[in-house]
Design a protein around this ligand. Structure first.
Ligand SMILES: Cc1ncc(C[n+]2csc(CCOP(=O)(O)OP(=O)(O)O)c2C)c(N)n1
Length: 516
């Protein structure tokens, strides 16, 4: 058995099911070892950002880690932006990077680079396997690290000779670290704080989509505290039956308005709210000066224990009721192109238990409100603010949940970053419906230019913000990747295309030609 085989068997023994891959020569022994184990699903992504984004989507929907297989430092670099987004989402990802054989590193070969240094700027845990005998043990440790602290980014770097040299055999799985818990006295104090006037319970992570959501809502109801979720959630349950979370906002002023009356902000599994960007003369933090921020339980700690203990302190029981959203479907609209009506049509047609991956940037304001009370669904945001997350994330979500339809809402600018994910959707026959809002530009940046005080927009600015001349043809781009597609220019066309896409199997793309 060689090092690569010992690693694959270790990963399988540890419960790994999927590897999103973009291999090269230095990973060929690993590829050969994977070939002997069809029970580990290998998905080719055609770009490393596709692989890392898919692993993020997979974790968001399963709470389980997937692996990515990347090629030296250029491969890891290509995967960086979506690792950044995964980190902000709190996702665990096991990244395996092949590197040159140890003796080859003495020379300046074309692909030589500092993989460790690159990894350490983004990953929580980085290790270079020193020899074939260590690879299996390092693999088991890497899996444990990726599952620890509720999910971490982990990079295991395999010099090619550690993969091809003789190894002893696979290693037994290593358990993830136990989650750290806040002291009981701090939880008891927080229970008191939540009953004070102006208190808010800020939650994030799995509280937004699992059983902990109703628990947090019951705590909020019992104490009178507001229950607030971030603007960008890695995954939030929405629609009929979901918890009615208040949400923070994108804009600095809107964000400040949400929390202006909060005097005590209790964070449980949530980070301190921070505005997206700094602007001249505007604050970085949304809360009013003097607001007390109580960091009770960080998101890498034991959020379940903390909320359950808070509930015990307060006498909250599973029989207490809490505010749940009712089903309210807008009527099916028709007429000329109008983004508000497109939002209503989407809300009307969204199937039960769908997954929505949202990178629709400026169009989101038309899509989020009407879907709030649609059929129950999960909504995944671009937590890291780095565009190019949507299509790959949908690949991972669809592989994680093959029985659920996945919708990607994306701007045309964002979709261009990682459009080769369409090919993976076609090859794997994933039920992903991609809706591209083709406003032919970076619309949000036009607004941001105005935000920094620019009133005269000249040739250079226009040429950096318009995605036009030549015009992108999303139908041809999709078809060229093996995904059937429609272009729609009015609401009726959108309704018909979406109904048809929902009714059939496999992926589909709808290009919505819309104003900026
Ligand atoms: C990796 C990365 N590069 C650049 C940006 C800056 N940026 C933010 S939004 C955006 C354009 C988005 O355009 P599109 O997806 O078409 O959405 P629209 O603004 O038109 O609604 C850009 C370039 C970013 N957020 N991330």
């Amino acid at each position: 058995m060689n090092g690569a085989q010992s690693l694959v068997q270790t990963l399988l023994a540890g419960g790994l099911k999927v590897c999103f891959a973009n291999p090269g020569t230095s990973e060929m022994h690993f590829v050969a070892a994977l070939d002997a184990h069809p029970d580990l699903r290998c998905v080719l992504c055609l770009f490393e950002g596709g692989a890392t984004g898919a692993a993020d989507g997979y974790f968001r929907m399963t709470g389980e880690i997937a692996a990515t297989l990347l090629h030296l430092s250029p491969g890891l670099g290509n995967g960086f932006a979506n690792l950044h987004t995964a980190r902000k989402a709190g996702s665990g990802v096991l990244t395996i990077v092949g590197d040159h054989a140890t003796h080859h590193m003495a020379y300046e070969s074309p692909l030589k680079g500092d993989v460790s240094a690159l990894s350490r700027t983004i990953a929580h845990w980085t290790r270079v396997s020193p020899d074939a005998a260590s690879v299996a043990g390092d693999g088991a440790q890497a899996m444990a690290a990726a599952r620890s602290h509720s999910g971490q980014l982990v990079t295991l770097i395999l010099p090619a000779d550690t993969a091809w040299s003789t190894a002893q055999g696979p290693a037994a799985p290593v358990p993830a670290l136990a989650l750290i818990r806040p002291e009981l006295a701090r939880i008891q104090a927080a229970a008191q704080t939540l009953q004070m006037s102006g208190a808010a319970l800020m939650v994030d992570g799995k509280t937004l989509h699992g059983d902990l959501g109703p628990l947090a809502a019951r705590i909020a109801k019992k104490t009178g505290a507001r229950l607030i979720a971030p603007y960008l959630a890695s995954r939030i349950r929405r629609g009929a039956g979901a918890v009615a979370f208040e949400r923070l906002s994108y804009g600095v002023d809107e964000n400040a308005a949400v929390v202006k009356d909060v005097q005590h902000m209790v964070l449980v599994g949530a980070q301190r709210p921070t505005n997206f960007f700094a602007y001249p003369g505007k604050a970085s933090l949304p809360e009013a000066p003097g607001t007390a921020v109580h960091d009770l339980c960080s998101r890498c700690m034991d959020v379940g224990y903390t909320l359950n203990t808070l509930a015990e302190c307060l006498g909250v029981t599973a029989n207490d009721d809490f505010a749940q959203l009712p089903l309210v479907l807008p009527a099916l609209p028709s007429g000329p192109m109008n983004l508000s009506l497109i939002g209503q049509a989407f809300a009307h047609l969204l199937p039960e238990n769908a997954i929505v991956v949202d990178e629709s940037i400026t169009v989101a304001g038309h899509l989020i409100p009407p879907t709030a009370r649609a059929r129950a669904h999960d909504w995944l945001h671009t937590t890291g603010g780095a565009i190019g997350f949507g299509l790959p994330n949908a690949v991972g979500a669809a592989i994680a949940c093959p029985e659920r339809p996945v919708f990607v809402l994306t701007g045309d600018g964002s979709a261009m970053y990682t459009l080769q994910a369409l090919w993976t959707m076609a090859r794997e026959q994933l039920k992903v419906i991609t809706i591209v809002f083709a406003n032919r530009g970076y619309q949000i940046l036009r607004g941001e230019l105005a935000n920094v005080g620019v009133t005269e927009v000249g040739r250079n600015a226009v040429r950096m913000l318009d995605v036009d001349k030549p015009q992108l043809d999303w139908v041809k781009l999709a078809e060229g990747h093996g995904v059937p597609a429609h272009r729609v220019t009015d609401v009726d066309g959108f309704v018909a295309a979406l109904q048809a896409a929902i009714a059939k199997s496999g992926p589909h793309l709808i290009e919505v030609v819309c104003p900026g």
